[in-house]
Structure formats: C-alpha cells, structure tokens
Design a protein around this ligand. Structure first.
Ligand SMILES: *Cc1c(COP(=O)(O)O)cnc(C)c1O
Length: 360
C-alpha cells in the first residue's frame, strides 16, 4: 500500500509533476546548461520572496542556512526571539557556534512582543536578531512587519527571518520589510521533497560576512554571491531539486501568487471551522494564528495517538501529533503547498470518520 498522504506541517505532499520534473537530464553544474537552469528560476522565485536581489540555492535543509546566518553575521551578540521548537533551537545553535547569544523567551503558543524586542535591543551590544516568521511547532504567526521596523531602527543590527513554513503561503516582501537574510526550506509551503533551502541576503549582510574570518566554507554567503554572479553555486548543487523548484515556481506563477495566498487562507479557514464544530481550541491566540497550519490543543477526552493511527490505517492520511515538548498535548494539520478545497474536505472527513471511536 502507498504511504499516507501527508497533512503534517512538513514535509508536505509532493505533486507527481514535481517528482517527474526531478528526473530531468543529468547535466554538469559548471556549464551553460546549468547556468540556464539557475537563471530560469530567478525571476519567479524572486517574485515569491518579494525581491529584486538574487535568490541563492543551498543543498541542505533549512538548518544549514540558519547555522550559516549565525556564522556569517554574528560578531558581537545575537538576540534570538524564541516562541517554540524552531525559534528556541536557534539560541542553542548560536551557542554551539561559540557565539554570544541572548534570548527573549515567550511561552509556546504566544507570539513575540515587538516592544520587548525594542527594549532588549535598546540595552545595546547586539548585531543580529533571529526571528521565525511562522513558528511551525505552535502554529504562531509572528508580527514580522512590526518587528522588522523596530530592528531596522537600530543601526548595525541585522534581521534574519526564517520563513520555512510561510514562504509562498502568504505575502512576504523582502525588499520592503528591510530583512537582511530570509531563508526557507523547500519541503514545507513550496511543496518539494526535502533537500534544498533558498535564501536571500541584503548588502549589509554580505558586507558583515566579508568582515568575519571564520565563517566557514559550505555556507559562506560571500561564496554564494560570487557564484551567483555566474549563475552558479559554490559547490555541486542538488540539480534534480532545482528542476523541481523550476517546475513548482512555474506552477505558482500560473496560479498567480495572490490566488495562491487566498487558497492557503481559505483552506486554513476550513480547518479552523472544523475545529470550532468539534470545540477544539487553537493553541495561539486570535491575531497570531498561522495561515499555513493549525495547531490545536488536545482535549483530555481524546485518545489522540489512537485517533491519528486510525486515520492512517483506514484513510491513508497523516496528521501530526504535536512537536517537541507539546507532543501529545497538541495536534497539527497542515494546509501548505498544493492542497485544494476538495483535498482539505476529504482529509477533514477522514478525521471526522475516526473521531467518535476515540472520544470518551
Ligand atoms: C521545518 C522548519 C525548520 C527546519 O527545517 P529543516 O529543513 O529540518 O532544516 C526550521 N524552521 C521552521 C519554522 C520550520 O518549520
């Protein structure tokens, strides 16, 4: 039997057309064929990111570029804005890179308060801030615009934004927001198989990187910029993933980005309405809820593990039973990528069919 269709918040379900695209011809990466492939993806992916700057392709998962941000940008001290598993981990990664790091920690399920960022930065000494736009572990959407405005009001402080589970699901404008590094893995909203990350750097980020001697090689931002000038990557890239990215970006532009954002929003609303019908409460407060996934609090009278297993067994559909320290206490449903009203309703019907057996 085929593996369950993924409605977990990453990796998500991949279209057969995308897998087919990955079987494109083998080409060498130091040649014209590759340069054409690289250049052909740029106009579309730049639209998705909201930038006129080059988008770099890293053959790694998102964490490679996330660690790269720490190594390329942090000279004095980094401020990590922590509100869930992914944003919390960034603090640990900064320390494991030997950097001076401080954090603002809020309770899981709550968003980052922009005014707390202002107060912390006003203490001085920071040169970098890390923010997770859409905290996938809790379903919190952070106030990116407000936080960006505040970070930008401090001279010499660079803003790094993880948009792993928001890029292409909702509008983000790199150029307008004044972000210094934006990054995303491709296995969430972009709906590719895992194995590639995309990122954009500002001039200020590249200038900072150039002054840091031990920024390493594989994720050296200056190397990415230098190679981009030749429509190329520093080391051998995952060429099949780039074929797949070209295919997905073309599909996005055909659908239209506005229509894609609207589809994510309405699919997300379907899940929220479903939750309301059952009396399931969302973990994040109103106004801070993700548009690409929903994180519900598991009620005491639900055998969640049994329910999720039964949905897989009887419907071949997978949702997620919580992540990190809220595993088992929450469940998450993704609406990222290629899902339609029909596929969402089919998934919710499967959840409904199994639910009564596991409620007491
Ligand atoms: C999934 C995810 C990551 C980690 O991505 P990897 O591809 O596992 O490196 C980081 N940040 C967020 C917000 C995520 O959702």
């Amino acid at each position: 039997m085929s593996k369950p269709k993924l409605f977990i918040p990453g990796p998500v379900d991949v279209a057969p057309e995308t897998y087919a695209a990955m079987a494109g011809p083998g080409i060498g990466h130091r040649g014209k064929d590759f340069e054409e492939l690289y250049a052909s993806i740029q106009p579309g992916i730049r639209q998705v990111v909201g930038t006129t700057r080059p988008v770099f392709f890293s053959t790694s998962s998102a964490w490679g570029v996330m660690e790269g941000c720490i190594r390329n940008l942090v000279k004095t001290k980094v401020l990590n804005l922590c509100c869930g598993a992914f944003s919390d981990k960034w603090y640990g990664v900064a320390q494991s890179c030997g950097k001076d790091a401080e954090k603002i920690q809020v309770e899981w399920g709550q968003p980052i308060d922009p005014e707390a960022v202002r107060a912390k930065l006003a203490e001085g000494g920071f040169d970098t801030v890390t923010l997770v736009h859409n905290e996938t572990s809790t379903g919190v959407l952070n106030p990116l615009e407000e936080i960006a405005e505040i970070v930008n009001s401090f001279d010499g402080v660079l803003l790094v934004v993880d948009t792993v589970s928001s890029l292409s699901a909702m509008p983000i404008n790199f150029d307008k927001l004044g972000i210094d590094v934006l990054l995303a893995g491709v296995q969430k909203a972009i709906a590719l198989p895992p194995g590639l990350a995309v990122f954009v750097t500002s001039d200020a980020a590249l200038e900072r990187a150039a002054t840091i001697n031990d920024r390493g090689y594989y994720f050296d931002f200056c190397e990415f910029a230098k190679n981009d000038a030749k429509d190329n990557t520093p080391s051998t890239p995952a060429i099949p993933h780039l074929y797949a990215l070209r295919e997905r970006v073309n599909v996005m532009l055909e659908e239209g980005l506005e229509a894609r954002f609207a589809r994510h929003k309405s699919n997300n609303e379907l899940v929220h309405e479903w939750g309301k019908r059952h009396g399931f409460e969302l973990l994040p407060p109103e106004g801070s809820r993700s548009l690409s996934l929903s994180c519900f609090i598991t009620p005491d009278n639900l055998d969640q593990a049994g329910w999720i297993k039964s949905i897989i067994t009887n419907h071949n559909i997978a949702i997620n039973g919580g992540y990190g320290k809220i595993k088992g206490k929450t469940f998450r449903i993704s609406n990222m990528g290629n899902e339609t009203t029909e596929t969402m309703l089919e998934m919710l019907a499967a959840l409904d069919a199994e639910l009564p057996k596991f409620l007491s």
